[in-house]
Design a protein around this ligand. Structure first.
Ligand code: HEM
Length: 150
């Protein structure tokens, strides 16, 4: 049974990190597109963020919690495991609480009457760039804890 939860755990962080890298490259590439095409790219990024990053982060936390149950009974857990749990949980809170809703808002934006990017775009894009990076760095550090430092 542990194997199945570990499988879901690995699927979860693959989707989260893979989706994160995909939307990062998409956002950078779309910078040079005309406004209408740029918003269309953000609509696709919104779907990828909600389905891969958001769902992946939920899967990581749920499977990580189930995998942690045997450790609740013992007094101590290895430090690499505690680091993974802490970093992974923080990253997931940012990914689910900030990154996913911001992506949904960016995906709903329409061109303003002049055919340019709407007023709210710049602020939302900046917020997304910062918090998606924060969540991704936490996820990468959790992955380092569970691999290199275990
Ligand atoms: C993005 C975040 C995370 C990443 C990249 C990650 C990565 C990994 C990896 C690579 C393993 C396999 C380690 C091994 O057994 O060789 C693993 C196992 C495990 N993870 Fe995570 N993890 C993350 C978040 C979490 C969270 C949030 C929790 C708990 C709430 C958690 C709990 C566990 C547990 C209990 C195991 C099994 C340890 C064992 O008994 O061998 N992980 N994780």
């Amino acid at each position: 049974m542990k194997g199945l939860w570990l499988f879901l755990h690995v699927i979860g962080f693959s989707a989260w990190l893979g989706g994160g890298l995909a939307v990062m490259l998409s956002g950078i590439t779309a910078k040079y597109f005309p406004a209408e095409q740029r918003l269309a790219v953000y609509r696709v990024m919104s779907v990828v963020t909600r389905n891969l990053i958001g769902t992946g982060a939920v899967l990581v936390v749920v499977s990580g919690f189930v995998l942690s149950v045997p450790y609740f009974k013992s007094a101590t857990a290895p430090s690499w495991l505690m680091a993974m749990q802490g970093l992974g949980l923080l990253g997931a809170i940012v990914a689910i609480g900030i990154v996913t809703p911001t992506a949904a808002r960016l995906g709903r934006l329409e061109l303003d009457p002049r055919g340019e990017l709407p007023e709210g775009f710049g602020g939302l894009r900046k917020r997304q760039a910062i918090f998606a990076t924060v969540a991704g760095v936490f996820a990468l550090l959790a992955l380092l804890s569970g691999t290199v430092f275990r």
